[in-house]
Design a protein around this ligand. Structure first.
Ligand code: PGA
Length: 242
């Protein structure tokens, strides 16, 4: 089971320090892996504070070139050098606000893998696509176009855009159908089994229900990962669920 905490552009040094102090007192389970994705500038700070706790750290994105004249961007190599094991790619906020495309996400994934990072590639339909029965086809195209040529360890996060930060989540049957389809598509292309996380308005209240769905291998948590109490309640529920 894998839990990803995507802090997005939130928290500061003081709140990160306090978050980690709570984590230091917490008894983690070996069976529920936790990875935190802080804002890039705090990766080193978080890494320094969390040396003695069993968490991984990841980047929220990496560029689609390994280095070069790309002001304000971060490379996969730099993330690795500062202690990251994972990188989120193709989050819908980056697709929308930074105009990232499936093609650029695929390249970022390849450079991430070359730098020995494990990519978590995000896919997800918008409300219109969901309501018009086009979600499965849309996700199939996103996966087909984003999937790197070669990979060993790759995670997909299914994050319906209409669910992110809205408090709405798909019906259990919709999550089950989508996760099954994602695994089938990837297996047919690569003969590999990948983990598929669910993301979008995950809370302490709905985590049990989400984890009870077949083929859900974990969750990607945004808003509810910012407050230690809410987040540890989610983590604790995941441990109980096993
Ligand atoms: P949310 O965000 O949990 O706040 O809906 C999830 C995400 O964007 O990854």
């Amino acid at each position: 089971m894998f839990i990803a905490a995507n802090w997005k552009m939130n928290l500061d040094k003081k709140s990160i320090k306090s978050f980690v102090e709570h984590l230091q007192r917490y008894k983690f389970s070996k069976n529920v892996q936790l990875c935190i994705f802080p804002p890039t500038i705090y990766i080193d700070f978080l890494s320094g504070l969390s040396q003695n706790i069993p968490i991984s750290i990841g980047g929220q994105n990496c560029h689609h070139q390994p280095f070069g004249a790309f002001t304000g961007e971060v490379s996969a190599i730099s993330l690795k050098e500062f202690g990251c094991d994972y990188v989120i790619l193709g989050h819908s906020e980056r697709r929308i606000y930074n105009k990232e495309t499936n093609k650029s996400i695929k390249k970022s994934a390849q450079f991430g893998i070359d730098a020995k990072l494990k990519p978590i590639i995000c896919v997800g339909e918008n409300l219109d696509q969901r309501e018009n029965g086009k979600a499965l086809d849309f996700i199939e195209k996103q996966i087909t176009d984003c999937l790197p040529e070669k990979f060993n360890d790759l995670i997909i996060a299914y994050e319906p855009i209409w669910s992110i930060g809205t408090g709405k989540i798909p019906h259990k049957t919709e999550i089950r159908e989508m996760h099954k389809k994602i695994k089938e598509i990837i297996f047919s292309k690569s003969k590999k089994n990948v983990k598929v996380l669910y993301g979008g308005s995950v809370t302490e209240q709905n985590i049990q229900e989400i984890l009870s769905v077949n083929n859900v291998d974990g969750v990607l948590v945004g808003g509810a990962s910012l407050k230690i109490k809410d987040f540890l309640a989610i983590y604790g529920s995941a441990v109980k669920h096993l």
